[in-house]
Design a protein. Structure first.
Lengths: 133, 82
């Protein structure tokens, strides 16, 4: 009898666990690789503003950030549960592309655009990190 | 859109990140001042204001993730209590 109860308990517990995982599983989507890439974008974007005294150097920095955003996009495109962070990264890409296309930009614009790109990258990082909760 | 309206929108979309409200507001003010002082062109001014709109939109998207996470957390708490 003890064996029967033990087996039934095990089956019930396993069943409950599977059921809970089934219901909540789609929210267990924290992705350490994605978070790491998001942190990389934050760090690289912070490197733009100090270079705004020279627009050419600043634009080179922006171009390099753009390549990292492309990598992030390529990574998240292939994973359905990274859809939201992919959407956020596309917004960063738009800001980066707009900056790259400019023939000239004022020092003020460069600094403020850089701050906005940093903020955007921080929002992306926050969104990626919140998945863990 | 009025400045107050912009602040209200940010307040809704960045509900979990109160510092963003003040930060965005401060940026909008400094853009207007820079335009007035001729530090930026009108086109650059509008681009920067566009950035604020983009950041608001990003906050809205990030908030969805945050709310889902909070709902999930609450559901797990209830499950553990049962």
């Amino acid at each position: 009898m003890k064996h029967v109860i033990a087996v039934l308990s095990l089956v019930t517990l396993t069943g409950c666990s599977t059921l809970i995982d089934g219901i909540t599983g789609k929210y267990h989507n924290y992705d350490a690789v994605e978070y790491n890439l998001a942190v990389d974008l934050v760090v690289r974007s912070r490197g733009i503003e100090p270079r705004c005294s020279d627009a050419v150097v600043a634009k080179k920095e922006v171009q390099e950030l753009g390549q990292r955003v492309d990598y992030f996009l390529a990574y998240t495109e292939g994973r359905p549960y990274n859809k939201r962070t992919n959407e956020l990264a596309k917004k960063i890409k738009d800001m980066v592309t707009d900056t790259e296309k400019r023939d000239a930009m004022s020092s003020f614009f460069c600094r403020e655009r850089a701050k906005n790109i940093v903020k955007a990258a921080e929002i992306l990082r926050g969104s990626s990190g919140e998945k863990r909760e | 859109m009025s400045f107050e309206q912009t602040l209200n929108d940010i307040n809704i979309f960045c509900a979990h990140e109160n510092s963003a409200i003040a930060e965005f507001a401060q940026r909008s003010i400094s853009y207007a001042q820079a335009l007035k002082q001729g530090e930026i062109s009108t086109e650059e001014y509008h681009s920067l204001l566009g950035d604020i709109e983009t950041l608001k939109s990003m906050c809205r998207t990030a908030d969805e993730e945050y709310q889902v996470a909070k709902i999930f957390q609450a559901a797990m708490l209830i499950t553990s209590l049962i």
